[in-house]
Design a protein around this ligand. Structure first.
Ligand SMILES: [Zn+2]
Length: 253
């Protein structure tokens, strides 16, 4: 007979967009853990973190709410658009960094101390902790907003009972999951800037096949793809604005 127990815990898997050195990924992981604990008033024992294997060295790590059921703070990291920014701001303060200037406070330690990132629990990683390696990324996060991934990549299947669905009930469901290439890039950019996203994709409007349609704004977007279409740049046809996008890539800020 093999006895076993089952439980359910809230977890979050975090992965950075860039490759990171060892000290950077450990420092950022412990800084975010401390920042989450401070922001949401958790005890150190209520949240744990550990590095996960990552073939691309992008510092994938796991956050686990220790108590079964948990306080639900990890969900807030992605459901509230400023939660991660508040966590990063707290983490900077804990690491003796002024979140407004990025400068060290006068009583700052050098690479880490028991007031900031070192704990008895992470003793085996003290050599990989250097708070200075985490500062610039946390400064960027402190000025960030969290938006849903418009491509839908990495979405978990919804749990039964999860309310899910569009953030604004009644709003049209954007067709973003089918988008690829420049249309997907544009929609991602709109989401990042907090702008309106299209309501339909690859549809006929006034007899013309358009790539994206913004029904509420009576606007459409066409990407030049070598096929000739009977549309001129920034025209208005029967009250519908048409943006004709040439194949020049736009730059992100
Ligand atoms: Zn310190």
């Amino acid at each position: 007979m093999i006895p076993y127990v089952e439980d359910r815990r809230n977890i979050a898997v975090v992965r950075w967009a860039e490759t990171l050195a060892d000290t950077e990924r450990y420092s950022l992981m412990f800084a975010l853990e401390r920042g989450i604990e401070a922001t949401f008033q958790l005890e150190d024992s209520e949240l744990t973190s550990e590095q996960l294997p990552d073939d691309d060295e992008q510092g994938r790590f796991l956050l686990v709410e220790a108590a079964e059921g948990g306080a639900g703070v990890l969900r807030r990291l992605h459901s509230e658009d400023d939660a991660l920014a508040r966590v990063a701001t707290e983490a900077l303060g804990i690491m003796h960094v002024d979140p407004d200037t990025g400068q060290d406070e006068p009583d700052a330690c050098v690479w880490g101390c028991y007031r900031c990132l070192l704990t008895y629990g992470n003793q085996s990683h003290h050599e990989q902790i250097d708070r200075r390696q985490a500062t610039s990324t946390l400064m960027r996060l402190a000025r960030s907003r969290t938006v849903p991934d418009p491509t839908g990549e990495g979405d978990d299947p919804q749990e039964p009972g999860d309310p899910g669905g569009p953030e604004h009930p009644g709003a049209p469901t954007p067709p973003e999951r089918q988008l690829t290439g420049r249309a997907a890039e544009l929609v991602e950019l709109l989401a990042l800037r907090g702008l309106h996203r299209p309501t339909r994709a690859d549809v006929q409007v006034e007899g013309v096949t358009v790539d994206l349609a913004f029904d509420n704004a009576h606007a459409v977007v066409l990407f030049e793809d070598g096929h000739s279409r009977d549309v001129t740049p920034w025209c208005s046809v029967d009250g519908t604005w048409c943006a004709w996008v040439p194949p020049t890539p736009w730059r992100r800020r």
